[in-house]
Write a protein that binds this ligand. Structure first.
Ligand code: GLN
Length: 525
C-alpha cells in the first residue's frame, strides 16, 4: 500500500501495515522490499533520535535481504512467510556483521562471530534485519534504564520507560520503526515491555525456540520470542522461529501452525482466573478493571470462565531471585577480560586485570546479580536457599499442570501498573515487583503472551492482560488472544507514530554510565 497524503506519494507506512500486508503488497507489486527498507530507515532517522530503540543499524544486511526478496518476486517464485517484513533484534542476539553488546560496556566492542538460530530463521523467512535494539544490561531489569548506552524512551510518553529488559524491542514496534522485533524473556522481559508499549509480546514455552546464539542470563529460564502489533504478526513470526535446533539440546520440534486457530473463537474454551494472584497488593485499580473487562469480553464471546488455584505462586518471585542470579553468576563468569569482554588497561597481574576489568565493565545491577549468585552458591546458602528454591520451582510447575487439567488458558494482568517515569523506581526490590505476574511462567516453563486491552482509565497509558497456556500447547494462547483482540479497537502504535504525527524532542532525563553515541557502532556496513 502506497500511502498518499494529498497529491504527494508517501513511502510505505511501516506503522500502518501488518507483516502479512507488507508481504501481500510486495506480491501485488504495490511496492518492493527495497522500498520497505527505505521507508523503515527514513522513519528511524526521524523518530529514533527521540526513542533510542536502536543501538546499531545494519543497512547492508537489510538491503541484501531486500534484494533477495525482490529477485525472488521478479523470478516469479513464491515468497517466504515474512518476505520484506522489517525486523530488528535485541542486542543479546549474535548476528554476524553486527556487534552484540548486551547493553554493556563489557561487550561494547564485541563483534558477533556467529548468528543466533532465531535471527537466522527470521532472515531465512525473508525478513529485513534493520539493526540491533537497546536493552537493560545483560537483560537484568524492567525499564531499559540500565543500558550502558543510555535508556530507551516509551513512544507513548517519552518521559516514561518502555519497560525492560527488551525495552528497545517493544519501543521499536510501538514507535512504528519495525514491524516485528525479537526479545528474550527470563522473568518477563518480553511481556512487561510489550505491556508498557501497548503491543503484543509473546514468550513461548521453554524449548519451542532455540536459544543458540543468545547471550545467556538464566539458561533454564531464558526464551526468545517476538513482538508485533497484532496477534497474527506474532503468530507468523512464531511459525518462523520454532523447531528443533541441533545446537540447543533443549529445543524441540512442535509441528504447530500458530496461525491455524486465529479465527476459531473461544466458544467452549475454558479460561482460568487466579483471584488470589490478581488481587495482590500494589496492583493498580486500572489494571484490575482492565482485567475484569477482558474476562467479561471472553465470556461474551462464549468462553467459560472458572476460578483456578495456584497455591505456591506467591513464592515464585523469591525462587526466581535465587535461581536467576545463580545462573547469571555462572553464565557471566566467561567475561573474564581474557577470552571475552572489556579489558582494563595497565594491569600488571592477570588476577587484578580480571577483577578490575569486571569492576569497570559491569554496571551496578549486573554486579548485584553476580554477588548474589556467588553468595547463594556457596556451601551454606546453597542448602539454605538454592535447594529450597528448586523445590519451590517443582511445586509451582505442578500447580500449573494441575490447573491446566481443568482450563485451556489462564488470564492475569501482565504488569501491576502502566509505564512509570524515568527514575521513578530507584529501589531494586520495588523494580523486581514489576514482574509479579510474569515470573512464575518462566519458573514453570509455560508460554505466556501480553495482549493490550486499551488505555488505563487513570493514566491513559496502555494496559494489558497476560494469557498463559499449558506447556507446548501455545496454540491455545493464540486462539484466545486473537478472539479477545477483536473486542478492542486499539491503536497499536503510539500517537507519535501515526500518520501526520510530529516527532518531539526531549532531553534524556537519565543516563547510566558514560554513553557511547550509537552512531559510533556501525557494524554490518
Ligand atoms: N525483570 C526481570 C529481571 O530483572 C526479568 C528480566 C528478564 O526477563 N530478562 O530479572
Amino acid at each position: 500500500m502506497v500511502v498518499t497524503r494529498g497529491d504527494a506519494p508517501m513511502p510505505v507506512d511501516i506503522a500502518a501495515l501488518s507483516a502479512a500486508q507488507i508481504r501481500a503488497g510486495i506480491i501485488a507489486g504495490r511496492f518492493s522490499a527495497h522500498d520497505v527498507a527505505d521507508a523503515a530507515y527514513a522513519v528511524i532517522a526521524t523518530r529514533d533520535t527521540d526513542i533510542h530503540a536502536f543501538l546499531e543499524l545494519t543497512p547492508s544486511l537489510a538491503y541484501a535481504a531486500a534484494e533477495r526478496v525482490d529477485a525472488a518476486k521478479e523470478a516469479g517464485e513464491e515468497l517466504p512467510s515474512l518476505a520484506g517484513v522489517p525486523v530488528a533484534f535485541k542486542d543479546n542476539m549474535n548476528q554476524v556483521g553486527t556487534k552484540t553488546t548486551c547493553g554493556s560496556k563489557m561487550l561494547a566492542n564485541y563483534d558477533s562471530l556467529f548468528t543466533a538460530t532465531a535471527v537466522e530463521r527470521m532472515v531465512d523467512a525473508g525478513a529485513l534485519p534493520l539493526g540491533k535494539l537497546n536493552m537493560d544490561e545483560f537483560a537484568f531489569g524492567s525499564s531499559t534504564e540500565t543500558s550502558f548506552f543510555g535508556p530507551t524512551h516509551n513512544p507513548w510518553d517519552l518521559e516514561r520507560v518502555p519497560g525492560g529488559s527488551s525495552g528497545g524491542s517493544a519501543a521499536a514496534v510501538a514507535g512504528g520503526l519495525a514491524t516485528i522485533t525479537l526479545g528474550s524473556d527470563t522473568g518477563g522481559s518480553i511481556r512487561q515491555p510489550a505491556s508498557f508499549c501497548g503491543i503484543v509480546g509473546y514468550k513461548p514455552t521453554y524449548g519451542l525456540v532455540s536459544r543458540y546464539g543468545i547471550v545467556a542470563f538464566g539458561s533454564s529460564l531464558d526464551q526468545v520470542g517476538p513482538f508485533g502489533k497484532t496477534v497474527e504478526d506474532v503468530a507468523l513470526a512464531t511459525n518462523a522461529l520454532v523447531g528443533r535446533d541441533e545446537r540447543d539440546c533443549t529445543s524441540q520440534d512442535c509441528g504447530t501452525d500458530f496461525t491455524a486457530n486465529l479465527h476459531a473463537g473461544v466458544r467452549g474454551m475454558r479460561i482460568g482466573v487466579v483471584t488470589s494472584m490478581n488481587d495482590a497488593p500494589g496492583v493498580q485499580p486500572e489494571v484490575v478493571a482492565a482485567l475484569h473487562e477482558a474476562v467479561e469480553n471472553l465470556k461474551g464471546l462464549g468462553a467459560e470462565v472458572v476460578e483456578v488455584d495456584l497455591p505456591h505462586i506467591t513464592a515464585a518471585m523469591s525462587a526466581y531471585y535465587v535461581i536467576g542470579p545463580c545462573e547469571a553468576f555462572s553464565n557471566l563468569s566467561r567475561f573474564d577480560s581474557v577470552r571475552y569482554g572489556y579489558r582494563e588497561p595497565g594491569c600488571e597481574l592477570l588476577s587484578s586485570q580480571e577483577s578490575l576489568s569486571r569492576a569497570v565493565g559491569f554496571g551496578e545491577e549486573a554486579k548485584r546479580r553476580i554477588l548474589l549468585g556467588s553468595y547463594l552458591l556457596s556451601s551454606g546458602p546453597y542448602e539454605e536457599y538454592y535447594v529450597p528454591a528448586q523445590k519451590v520451582r517443582t511445586l509451582i510447575t505442578r500447580d500449573f499442570v494441575r490447573a491446566f487439567g481443568s482450563v485451556d488458558v489462564i488470564i492475569s494482568p501482565t504488569s501491576p501498573r502502566a509505564a512509570f517515569k524515568f527514575g521513578e523506581i530507584s529501589d531494586p526490590a520495588t523494580m523486581y515487583l514489576s514482574d509479579l505476574f510474569t515470573i512464575a511462567i518462566n519458573i514453570a516453563g509455560n508460554g505466556g503472551m501480553s495482549l493490550p486491552v486499551g488505555l488505563g482509565r487513570d493514566t491513559g497509558l496502555p494496559v494489558s492482560v497476560q494469557l498463559i497456556g499449558p506447556q507446548f500447547r501455545d496454540e491455545n494462547i493464540f486462539q484466545a488472544a486473537a478472539a479477545l483482540e477483536t473486542c478492542y479497537r486499539i491503536e497499536h502504535v503510539a500517537p507519535m507514530a501515526r500518520p501526520g504525527a510530529v516527532s518531539r524532542v526531549v532531553e534524556p532525563v537519565m543516563t547510566i554510565g558514560s554513553p557511547t553515541p550509537p552512531a559510533t557502532m556501525k557494524g554490518g556496513e
